[in-house]
Design a protein around this ligand. Structure first.
Ligand SMILES: Nc1ncnc2c1ncn2[C@@H]1O[C@H](COP(=O)(O)OP(=O)(O)O)[C@@H](O)[C@H]1O
Ligand SMILES: O=C(O)C[C@@H](O)[C@H](O)C(=O)COP(=O)(O)O
Length: 319
């Protein structure tokens, strides 16, 4: 089997992004369709940067499922472990609202979605061992059997020395019970090598204890993580290493069209740079530059930048 740089596991879905910007969703009449779903966006983003990427997911056996798989194929992502749901479960849909560059929201239709029915039987353990890294998404932990699929995949990865990246990716819609979020997310965070999330997502992970970034990382560094990145939106990001270093990343100013898509593009740029053995400081720059490009464009997936676009942006700002 070909060696993969990265496998992402979790939802692959459809985004419908408002064409009429600066308008509430009630008054939005037309939308453009893109592939979406955080782990799918990261697979597309990293593949576009030239990494060898695969994804494990479950989509509907209908036109939306076909659209997602066809797009992922064309993006160069290995879709061998995209399972088709045979019980009539649907691919998740996300409608976006762009009221202003500062006021964006997403509305997710995720009842009975196929991706949360991903099961341990949907993929072979050997596939995971062919990868350098496995990225799992927090939302995939929100329900069984997808939850068990994540735990199993992470255990296989750890047994075979595959790096585990945990993208906290908290979406309130899919969690049924408040008390479950922090329990399951923390179990995976403790097993991961790298944890990425926003400050708000770390709050969810910790059960809303109101911890500072320093307190959050201190707790996790007692377990497996060796690198933790906490994102602070337009204020930038902070990477913490187990050795006690803190490296700050700045956001690159741009003309913002909408704010969603920042997290997935940041993860793509960051992971790409780490795989290319760049410094953490540079990886934060690649992540921030990718995010800056994506927030200025209409989609989260199609808009993912190339290496030269990222490097050009960094060069321009440094010049
Ligand atoms: N308005 C913005 N303009 C430029 N860059 C942004 C903007 N918002 C976010 N970013 C970049 O994207 C990164 C991730 O954004 P953040 O909002 O924290 O994540 P998420 O989208 O997951 O909520 C930030 O660290 C920053 O570099
Ligand atoms: O993750 C989803 O299911 C929706 C995404 O496809 C959507 O584009 C989005 O909200 C991305 O936001 P991000 O977390 O800021 O990257």
């Amino acid at each position: 089997m070909t060696k993969l740089d990265l496998i992402t596991l979790g939802r692959a879905a459809v985004d419908f992004n408002a064409n009429e910007i600066n308008r509430p969703m009630e008054e939005t009449m037309t939308f453009t369709k893109y592939v979406g779903g955080s782990p799918a966006n990261v697979a597309i983003g990293t593949a576009k940067l030239g990494l060898n990427v695969g994804m494990i997911s479950r989509v509907s056996s209908d036109q939306h499922g076909n659209f997602v798989v066809d797009y992922m194929d064309r993006a160069g992502v290995d879709t061998k472990y995209f399972k088709r749901d045979t019980e009539g479960r649907k691919t998740g849909l996300t409608f976006t609202e762009i009221k202003s560059p500062e006021e964006c929201s997403i509305l997710m239709y995720r009842d009975n979605v196929a991706d949360l029915y991903l099961s341990v039987d949907d993929f072979d353990d050997d596939y995971i061992t062919t990868a350098d890294s496995l990225l799992v998404s927090g939302t995939a932990l929100s329900q069984s059997p997808s939850r068990e699929a994540v735990f199993h995949a992470v255990d296989v990865a750890k047994r075979h020395g595959v790096e585990v990246i945990f993208e906290l990716d908290y979406r309130p819609y899919t969690w049924k019970r408040e008390e479950e979020k922090s329990i399951y997310m923390m179990e995976i965070a403790k097993k991961a090598d790298i944890v990425l999330g926003t400050r708000d997502e770390f709050d969810v992970l910790e059960g809303d204890k109101g911890l500072s970034d320093d307190e959050s990382v201190k707790h996790l560094f007692n377990h497996s993580p060796k690198l933790i990145v906490i994102k602070h939106g337009v204020k930038g990001s902070k990477a913490f290493t187990r050795e006690g270093e803190m490296i700050e990343g700045k956001a690159y100013k741009t003309e913002v069209l909408k704010t969603f898509g920042a997290g997935d593009s940041f993860a793509s740029g960051f992971i790409y740079a780490m795989k290319k053995e760049k410094s953490i400081e540079d990886a934060l720059k690649y992540g921030s530059a990718a995010a800056s490009i994506v927030v200025s464009k209409h989609s989260s997936s199609e808009a993912m930048p190339t290496v030269s676009e990222i490097e050009e942006l960094i060069k321009t700002h440094e010049g």
